[in-house]
Design a protein around this ligand. Sequence first.
Ligand code: FVH
Length: 293
Amino acid sequence: MTSNETAPVAVIGLGDMGAALAGALLKAGHPTTVWNRTPHKADPLVEQGATRAASAAAAVAAAPLVVACVLDDAALRQALGGADLDGRTLVNLTNGTPAHARVAAAWAAEQGADYLDGGIMAVPAMIGGADCRVIYSGPRAVFDEHAPTLGAFGEARYAGADPGLAALHDLALLSGMYGLISGFLHAVAMVRSAGEKSGEFTTAELVPWVSGMTAILPTLAEQVDSGDFATEGSNLGMQAAGYANILDAARDAGLSTELMAPLGTLMNRYLEAGGAPGNDLSALVGMLHTTGA
Ligand code: FVH
């Protein structure tokens, strides 16, 4: 993969993330044209060498590669509604669903544009750094053509030709993150109910515990893929009984169980439906399919 620092790029949307993306492109040497609905957000980037476009259409006209990162799918349509995308490559880094991505790809194709969808697995401060990963989906040749430029943001990872795949991976990864945050919120609420500070508990106990527990995920994933959920360690029957104690203790402490109750409900539904109590938690994944998939 060769570097391509002189490729011009247009960036649509200069919120926290769009501004970070434009900054990374400038730092990598790309002539960068920027547009934002609220114009003053372009000022710091113009000081760094970006060209300010008077409209989204003008920004699109300025560069063959257009990176869009706005609030949501509706904002994307509003921002690019009047632009002529013919002959352009639109890289949409706006958070959305796989369905949004597929519709956007079809919309871009109608206008004569190539389309890549992207999911940014980073916060703005990480853009351009070693820990930033962006997942892309769309035609492989389009990804390969622009990967050197997109590499300015961080690792560019290709998920597949279906334009919805980047959003699918993005939302799946965010699901894992929000599950972690849910557990964190409930855990610190529990220790705070006893008058303890959350900081010491989090660094000394929670982080080491949760970090260690991530090591079981590949084993659970293997069980999901093989369909053999039998465990030699922590069976579901035991876990369901212990899980009820989490909920009871929370209620006793005057805490809501709304973050934790759903997993307990799922375990009980599995066991009540005749699921094997000797299986591991991985067996619950089948309970999440509502359409027989
Ligand atoms: N920031 C983050 O941590 C996450 C990391 C992972 C990816 N997300 C997604 O990135 C998209 C943009 O997020 P953001 O952090 O830049 O968000 P804001 O700072 O709130 O900026 C929003 C921009 O969207 C523009 N915008 C909103 N509505 C419209 C519209 N109707 N027409 C044109 N532009 C619109 C807004 O413009 P303005 O309010 O400044 O005029 C900002 O440029 C997002 O999908 C995240 O989920 C970020």
